[in-house]
Design a protein around this ligand. Structure first.
Ligand code: SF4
Length: 359
């Protein structure tokens, strides 16, 4: 057995670890503070812990970090990070700054098995699930790279489907929300799913209180079956029932993401069908112009059609926004994460490690 990786421990597991080393439970809180608030990367740095405890920790535990393999910045300030995992697989994460927020978009899987037709990850396939520390490690590395700014929001929308890796994703959420650790408020964390219904229920029952975004992209089963194969397993009726059952606090609304595909899902009749589908739900529809990429058989809807689609939603009282593309030229925008640099090239590792996209 190797040494325990403290970055992979939930708060309860950290407590068990320190108690196993004959220390009182509050040492786990101190340890958390050092790891996340102060960014310690060695036990020797933790100077308010007793020396003997630090020595025992160093003998029995390790602090694993994710090395940044590449970092690119787009003209709009969006930054994309490539990480190499211990087994050589690679993943990407994105930091998206705006005036008030610094949002980290992180991955939960290397690749993705769900094969959505408008997504490069679907084209490139699944490699493996990330462990909790590899999910949290992206936040730690991005935070350390953020030049004095603090990450304010987290979106689990990077490579992969978070709920297809629910066990490790839930463990990562426990760590990220821990008040003695990274301490992200649940209202600033959004999990995006294509709609794995049993895991949506499990997420609701776990009571994290995070925001839920559902990638919808079609308001009829016939069309969604074609765009998102998961719909054949969990059709819209079942998905919408799970959405209605998701507990929302008074300040929260569900988000439905709708990737706008020219002449495919952008007609005004489909906008009206969408209105019917989400009627009565406290929600927002986020219209996302497709970021076109080689290998995807779609074009983005023209702006006037997206605006007309939005007008139908708004006129029916459905909150609807149009997402502005960020970091497109470095392949950091939604649906473009594919281990590419944006210069038309593709890292050799992309061919063996899979692609990523914000699901
Ligand atoms: S959109 Fe999300 S779930 Fe679908 S293939 Fe891409 S990463 Fe996977």
């Amino acid at each position: 057995m190797g040494r325990a990786n403290v970055m992979d421990c939930t708060p309860g597991e950290l407590r068990a670890l320190v108690e196993g080393l004959a220390e009182p439970p509050y040492r786990a809180r101190q340890l958390c503070g050092w790891l996340y608030a102060r960014g310690a990367r060695g036990f020797a740095e933790m100077t308010d812990l007793p020396q003997a405890f630090r020595r025992r920790l160093a003998a029995e535990a390790a602090i694993a970090t994710l090395p940044i393999a590449r970092r690119q910045q787009a003209a709009d300030g969006t930054e994309k990070f490539l990480f190499t995992l211990p087994d050589g697989k690679q993943i990407e994460s994105v930091l998206i700054p705006d005036e008030r927020r610094l949002t980290a978009c992180i991955s939960t899987q290397a690749g993705c098995a769900l094969d959505c037709a408008f997504c490069l990850t679907g084209v490139m396939g699944f490699r493996r699930n990330l462990r909790a520390w590899e999910i949290v490690g992206q936040i730690v590395a991005l935070g350390a790279s953020a030049a004095g700014r603090r990450i304010t929001n987290i979106v689990l929308m990077g490579m992969g489907e978070p709920l297809a890796n629910a066990g490790q994703t839930f463990r990562a959420l426990e760590i990220l929300l821990c008040p003695h650790g990274p301490a992200f408020p649940p209202r600033r964390v959004t999990l995006s799913t294509v709609g794995l219904v049993p895991e949506m229920k499990a997420l609701a029952e776990a009571g994290f209180g995070v925001n839920l975004a559902v990638s919808l992209s079609a308001p009829t089963d016939e069309l969604r079956d074609r765009l998102m194969p998961i719909n054949r397993r969990y059709p819209l009726g079942e998905l919408l029932r799970a959405c209605r059952a998701y507990p929302l606090k008074s300040h929260q609304r569900l988000t439905f993401e709708y990737v706008m595909l020219d002449q495919v899902n952008d007609t005004l009749d489909l906008a009206r069908a969408l209105v019917k589908l989400v009627r009565g739900l406290r929600c927002k529809v986020n219209l996302i112009p497709l970021n076109p990429a080689p290998g995807l058989p779609f074009r983005p809807s023209p702006r006037p059609r997206i605006e007309a689609f939005q007008r139908i939603l708004k006129a029916a009282g459905v909150m609807a926004t149009i997402r502005e593309s960020r970091g497109r030229e470095i392949f950091a925008a939604c649906g473009m994460l594919a281990l590419k640099t944006g210069a038309g090239d593709c890292e050799p590792s992309a061919l063996s490690s899979g692609a990523l996209s914000r699901g």
